[in-house]
Design a protein. Structure first.
Length: 370
């Protein structure tokens, strides 16, 4: 069997960031990334890249301009509350919309330039030993990182159960012609709440469009299509595909030992917006740094996640519970329409690592009373 210092299962943003961080932390480390597909390959996603994700990548030595080239900045965000309050403002820093077929290929190529090796391999069996982790009888790793998405083989091997249905969303996504550039659109509705549709412009006359809701509501493909057409009338996307979103409200406790979880495999999906790429690159980077600690890696990774994201995840979970009252959501949106600072707080909470701030709560309270 081949021995590697770090084996990463999954070559998406979490896996690529992990490989980059592992090589950065230990330049001599032998790092292997296993993925069941060849790159470039598509991945069902909203394709929105928050600037904070690019900050993490920059810290790993990846030039943000190289990641975003060909895809113009999207400086504005339009939101509609369940009750119909609509607002549009410039975000504090612009986002980008980059198809995952492009983004993932660029990031895994950067990891290879940094010294990681990529192989096509479908992982089926993982055996954890005291001194290493064995993969399919073909590889051993000092540390194994599961960055293999919502249906993570690594997570199942650890015995970590799936999220409950009320902690999982399902969404459909496709691409459609769009005449509107420079504005990301997120539309919510009281029907089948919590649910929302999005339209994110790519910059070539098309937009990534989709619709999602909780699986606990009895979501069906027909219902998802109806929701998409109700919120985005006249939009006819091609090749609609569905994907599961394990929300951070159901995130598992990172276990001790030599096996780590990152990104969707760790249920790191924002419960308010479905955003996951920022979480993916951040948790992947933290896992890559922790991997140098061998048998202590699990505990190190858990502490690092808590330090970096603990307060934010508590805020997003609390906001998710509060958002079940559409009237409260309307009040927050009215507050954001009136105050750029509240808008910025809401965006940071939904797309990066922001907190549920007293300013936002006070703005909502005032408008509930008005």
């Amino acid at each position: 069997m081949e021995h590697w210092d770090v084996v990463v299962v999954g070559g998406g943003p979490a896996g690529a960031a992990c490989a980059l961080a592992a090589r950065q932390a230990s330049p001599g480390a032998r790092v292997l990334v296993l993925d069941r597909a060849d790159f470039p390959r598509d991945k069902v996603c909203g394709d929105g890249i928050a600037p904070e994700a690019l900050d993490v990548l920059a810290g790993l030595g990846v030039d943000p301009a190289a990641v975003t080239t060909g895809y113009p900045a999207v400086p504005r965000l339009r939101l509609r509350s369940p009750g119909g309050t609509t607002l549009e403002r410039a975000t504090e820093r612009p986002s980008h919309v980059i198809p995952r077929a492009v983004l993932d290929a660029r990031l895994i190529a950067a990891a290879q330039v940094a010294g990681a090796e990529l192989r096509r391999h479908t992982v089926r069996r993982i055996t954890v030993r005291a001194d290493a982790v064995e993969v399919d009888g073909a590889f051993t790793a000092g540390v194994l990182v599961g960055a293999d998405g919502a249906e993570s083989v690594v997570r199942r091997a650890l015995g970590v159960p799936r999220n409950r249905p009320d902690q999982v969303a399902i969404a459909i996504r496709g691409y459609a012609p769009s005449a509107e550039e420079g504005v990301q659109v997120i539309l919510t509705t009281e029907q089948r709440w919590p649910a929302y549709a999005w339209s994110f412009p790519i910059g070539d006359g098309r937009a990534n469009v989709g619709y999602g809701e909780l699986t606990s509501g009895g979501a069906t493909r027909a219902g998802l299509l109806e929701g998409l057409h109700r919120l985005l009338p006249g939009v006819e996307p091609d090749e609609l595909r569905a994907h599961r979103l394990p929300l951070s409200t159901g995130r598992p406790r990172q276990p001790d030992g030599r096996v780590l979880l990152a990104g969707d495999a760790a249920s790191l999906i924002n419960p308010l917006t479905g955003e996951g790429i920022f979480y993916a690159v951040l948790s992947g980077a933290l896992a890559g740094r922790a991997a140098a600690r061998g048998a202590e890696a699990g505990a190190v990774h858990r502490r690092a996640l808590t330090r970096r994201l603990g307060a934010h995840l508590r805020s997003s979970s609390a906001a998710s519970r509060l958002s079940r009252w559409p009237l409260l959501m309307d009040a927050v949106f009215r507050g954001a329409a009136a105050d750029q600072r509240v808008f910025d707080d809401v965006v940071a909470l939904g797309l990066a690592d922001g907190r549920l701030t007293p300013r936002t709560l006070l703005a909502a309270s005032r408008r509930l009373r008005s």
